[in-house]
Structure formats: structure tokens, C-alpha cells
Design a protein around this ligand. Structure first.
Ligand code: 9GP
Length: 834
């Protein structure tokens, strides 16, 4: 019987198409999208067509919730978090959105009915790699948790045309390939050509009298480009709330210069377009010196200017007068990259909205909060005053005025302490005067936080000591967290199912502390057995992938020992290599009895210009090539390097790891978040007392964590009293023989020089004290092997790690920010009736 054409039936029809969650609705919409958007039918659809149709079908279901969220936030004038971040390492959207919509199973069944494989469709997605590593991935986890925790939020950033490079390994070396992630289109974003703001550069400033006869300054930029908004809806789990990620793309104001064209200057006619679009072209790799990166400063200004203008527009369209701006918005600076927002908001309030300095500063200062993510001096941004003067002359004037007033305040507190004034100034004096972005961020913010307890303590005691003495109440800690949806439910569905079955509910996915309920079952043989089965299956999956990607065959029965993170000397991948070489030597000497078979697995990218980090990658692959081909080793150990470690590949690694290597020199890793992802998936950690390791160890229990190495305090002490790595090399015969083996040419076809920069640096300088921690690390690895031999004990420890990891959910981190920093309450969207 056909349905009568009544308003009710149209409504239910509408419910069915585009928003319905039933299998029938999903199936019909998938086929419709395949046909009407991709112009294909099933029989001829490519894998990419299938992915696009699945993505559009999923996106349709986000949009209704998104519109409802936007309406509610607008009509209720909801206080809103604006997260300002130059990086968002989002990872693929499809699987995560299916989980958050609660339709993974329906989607799977629909796929099966259509004789398709959902996992292959999911696999087809190219991830937006708009970030370098931990900082960008944290921003992505936070966006998802903001929605899950029902906190109204907008994420602002840059829509890079090329994200983090794709890494290939050729002859053991890292080779960078362009990440052309937009090549096949991006179904998740919605371009908003009408949300577009001008952004100026260069030119000069001038004084003039306003209509009340007061002297004011204004900026006459030389160049103006446009920032156009591209919006991506970010869905939370178990909620109707959808927040917005708004990324800015740079475009020329006039894309075509007809005058130039008419005079025959064809290149000149499009030059402005090319120059403008360069600004959002490519993500800068971190861990490289800032010197000369004019484009990077342009990028930073570009996105904060668009974001501040957008926030003012939104405020004026809803609440109205700008006096209440800081009640409506709180803006979180994710590191110093967006710190210019402080100055840009001041400029807009002063120059465009005619406010007095005190009024503008009152609003600005109440609006911003700043998160510090590193203590490494080389990672703290400064920009040359000359560059500022050339690119952002008005901003430099404002910075000088902020600084003048700020230093007057410092003088009142610390009369005559000129050294302190020199340290705290926003301008570093010297051969080349430079603007200190971290100082600007602290001065311009009402709250400053570190990202783990130890880090926040060090922030106050070292980096910002002077500031903490001036404003003790301004400094906070919010320990990082990661989203369990992506890193457990999506990455490790078998484990998620086992947890749900054991706890008898799925509530842990939204309230991760409820994983504690696993503890009651930790000694049940049944659970332990299933736990092992789940881990083994993940290891088999990874082994199959690795074989196909690298040719290296891993034995799923061996201990999977994984270090996956950016390559950096402070993270000490070379310490891990020394351990591998030690194992190799022992096997060769017939002393393998205290070892267990291990697969050493690495993943991670090195900044293209960071020679030492790239040499570490080469060394790992060189050592791997010899070990993996040595018949004496006979399967005891294997070394594998996962190429192109990104979010997608991380999701393959975390579930399969038995041991997670978190071995940075204490005091150097601000937090780490990989440590949380591994532990959530039942890997045990071997680690130093660094970053969030300290809190993870406290949470999971000392007995369930392999601790080694100096504390941050001990390391500092050793550095100050004169650290001599050479003495370790001379006095520890095993260490010496490991390093000498590298230099012997065994791993480099007789080339005794290739790894010299690394080994000489270790023996003579060793800035991250690898040699000082070597012995403790090896001893601890012995304990790891002994423990692994006792399968039951290991499994118990693994279960307890998962059961006690709840604190490290990014939901908890967001609640901490909401309560202590942002002073914001959740705003839940009511589910649709019926
Ligand atoms: O190095 C830190 C890392 O420890 C932390 O987990 C992450 C997120 O807070 O930020 C990293 N910092 C940066 O990437 C640059 O400051």
C-alpha cells in the first residue's frame, strides 16, 4: 500500500532519509548518495566512491544535530569555548563518527547486505594530517570531548592544503612525500564562502583624530588577503551535541588582475592569487628552527585574525555590545602559535571599535587562557622585532604598549630588580631584538596551564618562575587525556566488546572511570584467557599488516615492544636501539637464556630538517636489516619500522602492543599522550618519571609499571655538577661494546662513519643523558622479560592497567578545563522527540 501524502508521512519520510538510523534508512541513503553525489551505481563503484557515499550518509546524520546545537547556542547566548590551535591531527572521520552516532553495527550489516566490506570502506579514507604530533592530536581529542561533554565550542585553525608529509622509508632513510589529502575531495567539510574576513600585512600606521577629537592610531596595510571558513562538524559520543571546527583557507581578495592581464603580464595576473594562497598551503613541521620562517608568522596572524573577527561578528549578531565579549567567549591558546590573538583582539577593540586601552585590555585579558606544551628552550617561539615591524607594524606598537604597562607593574612589585625585568620583558634584547611569544601569552591570559602535574610544577619553578611569583593564582595544571572512543572503541573493537561484556554495560565509553569495574574480575581465568585472545588477535592483525607494508615477519607469540612517537633526541629512540644491540650481542654470545622473544617495533616521523632524528631512523633500519637476516638470531628478536606513523597507523599499533616505551629523559616530555593510548589498550609501560608517566604509574599502581632512570631533579643535578658521558662509555664494557658495534660498520656495509654524528654526540655531549640511564634501562628490561614469562601475571597487570586508566580520558581533561579554567557549564541538546 502506498503511503498517503500527508504532512505526517512527509515528516516520517524526512526522518527516514538523511536522519534515520535504521538499516533501511542507511541503506537507501547510501545508495542515493552513491548515485546522486558520486554518479555511480554499486556494480561500477570504485572503493573511493563507496567511501564517499558512506561519508555523506554519515555526515547527513550529523548535520541535523549540528544545526540544532547552533540554534540552541545562539538563542541561549551560551558561553562558548574558542579553541585556537595551529594544528588539528584529526585522523580519519568515518569510523569515529559511526561509533559516536551509534550506528557501526547497522552500517556493517547494511554493507554485508550489499556484499561490501565496511572495514575496507573505512580504510579508504585519507586522514587530514593537519598536525605534527601530540599537540595537534590533543586538539583533536579535545574537540571530540568538548562535544561529548556538551560544552559549546568552536575550534579555530588553518585548513592546510598539505598537511604533515607522508613518510616513506627508502634504503632505511626517511623520505618525505607530499600529503595531498584534498586530492580526492573532503566530504566532511562545508565551505562557507560568505564567512570571509580580510587580513592585512605590511604597510604603515598613522595617527589621526577621531570624531571626538581624540588622537588614535590606525593601520594601513600594504597587502590584504581573505580568509574563508571551512566548517567540519565534530560529534560527541552519546549526545546530540555537535560542535564546529572552523578552519580558514587563504584566498586573494581579487583573484585575477585584469589590468595586468590586458597588458600581457599573464603571470602577474594570477600572482596575487598564488601569493595569497601560499599562506594556508602547508603545515610547518615542528622541531626545526624558526629563523627565517616569515610565512609561519603570516600563517599565525592569518588564522587568529580571521578567528577574532569571526568571534566579534558572532557576538554582535547574538549578544550585542562588545563589553560582554569575555562573558560570551573564552579563548584557549594551544601553545604560543596563536598568541598573536591577544594583540589582534586589542587592535580590533581599539582601532575598529574605538575602545579605550583599559576597556580593551580588560576584555582581552579576561578572554584568553594559555596552555604551555613544552619546556624545551628551542621550541619556545620568538620573532624578530624587524620582521614584526615589516609585517605587522600596528601589532608591534600594541606589543610595546602592553610591555610598557606590564613592566611598570613588575617594577612596583620587584623594585630595582632589573635582571628580572630583563627576563620578563616581552622583548628579548640582544644583537637582534625579538618578541617572546610565551611571555606575551602569559601576560595576555587570565590562566596558564601545563599539561601534566610534573610539567606544570616545572613550568612554575623554571620557565615562568618570575611570572608565577608575580601572579601565583594564574598557574594551573590540567593533565592531558585522550578520547577512548577513537583509541579504544574504534581502534580495538575486540577489547571494547570484552570490556562491555565483562562490565555488563557500555557506560564506560562515556565515563571511563567505570573501567574500574574490571578489577573485580581480574583474577578470573575466563577473563584472562579472553584478554590474551584479544591481544593475540590484535598482534596477528599487526603482523599481517607489517609483513605486507615492510616485508618483515613478526611472530605474534613474541613480546611486542613498541616505541611510536615523533623522533627526537629527548625521546631517546637511541636508548632503545642500544637495548636491541645488547640483546643481539647476547644472542650471538649464546647468552639468550634470560631473554624472551621480542619484536621491536618503531614508528614515527622526524622533522625534515632534523638531521640527528633522521639518522636515528636510519640506524634503526640498519640494525633491523642485519638482525632480521642473521640466522643465528633464529627468531629471538626482530626489528620493524612502521612507515608513516599517523593516527590511522597508530590505531593498528596501540591494540597490539605488549610493552609501551616511554623513555624520555625526565623533565623533558611535557606530558605524552601515546603513553595513555598504549596503556588503555593493555600495554604495560616501561618508562621514566617524566610527563604524565608519573601520574599513569600512580594510577595503575607501581607494581604494574616498569620504572627506571633518573628523576627530573637528579638529571638536573647531574647536568649542573658536570655530566661526563665519556666516563660511562669508558667504565661500562657492555655499553662501550654496543656503541663500538655501531661504529664498526657492521650495520652499515662497512661504513664506519655514517653513524658517527650520533655516537660521537652520545659519547661526548649526550644532552639527553642516554648513557646515564643505560644501565638502569637494561636492568629494567630484564625485569620486563622475567615478568613476560609469567603469562598470568602479565595478563593481570595488563587488565589492571586498563581498569585504572580512566583518569586519562580527554573527557576528564575537558571537565577540568571547564570547571577550573573556563568557568563554563555544559549545554545539552535535547534529543528529538519520538
Ligand atoms: O611534547 C609535548 C607532549 O609531551 C605533549 O603530550 C603534547 C600535548 O600536550 O604537546 C607536545 N608539545 C608540542 O608538540 C610542542 O610544544
Amino acid at each position: 500500500m502506498s503511503t498517503p501524502n500527508t504532512p505526517e508521512s512527509l515528516d516520517s519520510e524526512r526522518e527516514r532519509t538523511r536522519t534515520g538510523m535504521s538499516k533501511a534508512a542507511l541503506k537507501q541513503d547510501f545508495l542515493d548518495n552513491l548515485f546522486y553525489i558520486q554518479g555511480r551505481f554499486l556494480e561500477v563503484a570504485t572503493p573511493h566512491d563507496l567511501y564517499m557515499a558512506a561519508a555523506f550518509t554519515t555526515r547527513d546524520r550529523l548535520l541535523e544535530r549540528w544545526v540544532k546545537s547552533a540554534q540552541l547556542f545562539k538563542s541561549s547566548h551560551a558561553r562558548t569555548v574558542c579553541y585556537l590551535s595551529a594544528e588539528y591531527l584529526l585522523g580519519p572521520h568515518l569510523a569515529s563518527n559511526l561509533v559516536n552516532l551509534g550506528i557501526t553495527e547497522n552500517a556493517r550489516e547494511v554493507s554485508e547486505e550489499l556484499k561490501l566490506d565496511l572495514d575496507s570502506i573505512i580504510e579508504e579514507e585519507e586522514e587530514p594530517g593537519l598536525g605534527n604530533g601530540g599537540l595537534g592530536r590533543l586538539a583533536a581529542c579535545f574537540m571530540e570531548s568538548l562535544s561529548t561533554c556538551e560544552v559549546p565550542a568552536i575550534g579555530y585553525g588553518i585548513r592546510y592544503e598539505f598537511g604533515i608529509f607522508d613518510q616513506a622509508i627508502e634504503d632505511g632513510w626517511q623520505v618525505e612525500k607530499t600529503d595531498n589529502w584534498l586530492r580526492n575531495g573532503n566530504p566532511w567539510e562545508i565551505p562557507r564562502p560568505k564567512i570571509c574576513f580580510p587580513v592585512g600585512y605590511g604597510g604603515h600606521t598613522e595617527s589621526y583624530r577621531d570624531e571626538r577629537g581624540q588622537m588614535r592610531q590606525r593601520w594601513q596595510p600594504e597587502l590584504e588577503i581573505n580568509g574563508v571558513a571551512y566548517d567540519t562538524p565534530i560529534l560527541g559520543y552519546g549526545t546530540e551535541n555537535v560542535n564546529l571546527l572552523r578552519l580558514w583557507k587563504a584566498e586573494a581578495s581579487e583573484s585575477f588582475d585584469f589590468q595586468a592581464f590586458n597588458t600581457g603580464d599573464y603571470y602577474g595576473a594570477v600572482y596575487a592569487k598564488i601569493e595569497a594562497e601560499t599562506i594556508s598551503k602547508v603545515l610547518y613541521p615542528n622541531d626545526e628552527p624558526e629563523i627565517g620562517k616569515e610565512l609561519r608568522l603570516k600563517q599565525q596572524y592569518f588564522f587568529v585574525s580571521c578567528s577574532m573577527q569571526d568571534m566579534i561578528r558572532l557576538h554582535q549578531n547574538t549578544v550585542g555590545p562588545l563589553e560582554s565579549f569575555a562573558d560570551k567567549f573564552v579563548a584557549q591558546l594551544n601553545d604560543t602559535h596563536p598568541a598573536l590573538a591577544v594583540v589582534e583582539l586589542m587592535r580590533l577593540l581599539l582601532d575598529a571599535h574605538g575602545m579605550s586601552w583599559d576597556q580593551a585590555w580588560g576584555i582581552t585579558h579576561r578572554t584568553f587562557c594559555y596552555t604551555n606544551h613544552t619546556l624545551l628552550p628551542e621550541a619556545l617561539e620568538t620573532w624578530s622585532v624587524n620582521l614584526f615591524e615589516r609585517l605587522l607594524p600596528r601589532h608591534l606598537e600594541i606589543i610595546y604598549e602592553i610591555n610598557r604597562r606590564f613592566l611598570d607593574e613588575v617594577r612596583v612589585h620587584f623594585l630595582g630588580d632589573e635582571a628580572r625585568i630583563w627576563r620578563m620583558s616581552l622583548i628579548a634584547e640582544g644583537d637582534e631584538r625579538r618578541v617572546r611569544m610565551a611571555n606575551l601569552a602569559v601576560v595576555g591570559s587570565q590562566a596558564v596551564n601545563g599539561v601534566a602535574e610534573l610539567h606544570s610544577k616545572l613550568v612554575k619553578a623554571t620557565l615562568f618562575k618570575d611570572f608565577a611569583e608575580l601572579w601565583p593564582g594564574r598557574f594551573h595544571n590540567v593533565t592531558n587525556g585522550v578520547t577512548p572512543r577513537r583509541f579504544m572503541v574504534v581502534a580495538n573493537p575486540r577489547l571494547a566488546q570484552l570490556i562491555t561484556k565483562t562490565c555488563g554495560h557500555e557506560d564506560w565509553i562515556r565515563d571511563l572511570e567505570r573501567l574500574r569495574e574490571l578489577e573485580a574480575h581480574v583474577d578470573e581465568a575466563g577473563l584472562q584467557e579472553q584478554w590474551l585472545t584479544v591481544k593475540r588477535a590484535a598482534k596477528q592483525d599487526l603482523a599481517a599488516w607489517m609483513k605486507q607494508a615492510t616485508g618483515v615477519q613478526l611472530d605474534p607469540e613474541s613480546l611486542f615492544d613498541v616505541q611510536a612517537k615523533r623522533f627526537h633526541e629527548y625521546k631517546r629512540q637511541h636508548l632503545k636501539v642500544l637495548h636491541i644491540i645488547r640483546c643481539y650481542q647476547r644472542i650471538k654470545q649464546g647468552l639468550s637464556q634470560d631473554l624472551v622473544p621480542r619484536a621491536f617495533i618503531f614508528g614515527g616521523k622526524a622533522a625534515p630538517g632534523y638531521f640527528m632524528a633522521k639518522l636515528m631512523i636510519k640506524l634503526i633500519n640498519a640494525v633491523g636489516a642485519v638482525i632480521n637476516n642473521d640466522p643465528h638470531v633464529n627468531g629471538w628478536i626482530r626489528v620493524a619500522f612502521m612507515p608513516d606513523f599517523n593516527v590511522k597507523n597508530g590505531q593498528r599499533l596501540y591494540p597490539a602492543a605488549d610493552l609501551s616505551e616511554q623513555i624520555s629523559l625526565a623533565g623533558k616530555e611535557a606530558s605524552g599522550t601515546g603513553n595513555m593510548k598504549f596503556s588503555m589498550n593493555g600495554a604495560l609501560t616501561i618508562g621514566t618519571l617524566d610527563g604524565a608517566n608519573v601520574e599513569i604509574r600512580e594510577a595503575v599502581g607501581e607494581d604494574n609499571f616498569f620504572l627506571f632512570g633518573m628523576t627530573a631533579e637528579e638529571a638536573l643535578q647531574r647536568q649542573m655538577t658536570g655530566y661526563r658521558p665519556w666516563e660511562h662509555y669508558q667504565s661500562d664494557a657492555k655499553l662501550k661494546s654496543d656503541i663500538d658495534l655501531i661504529n664498526s660498520g657492521l650495520f652499515s656495509h662497512g661504513d664506519t662513519q655514517i653513524f658517527r654524528p650520533l655516537t660521537d654526540n652520545l659519547v661526548n655531549h649526550d644532552p639527553f643523558m642516554v648513557l646515564a640511564d643505560y644501565r638502569a634501562y637494561l636492568d629494567c628490561q630484564k625485569t620486563v622479560s622475567e615478568t613476560y614469562k609469567d603469562t598470568q601475571r602479565w595478563t593481570r597487570m595488563s587488565i589492571l592497567n586498563v581498569a585504572r586508566i580512566g583518569h586519562f580520558s580527554s573527557d576528564r581533561a575537558i571537565r577540568d578545563y571547564a570547571e577550573h579554567i573556563w568557568k563554563i557549564t555544559p549545554k545539552p541538546i535535547e534529543p528529538a522527540a519520538g
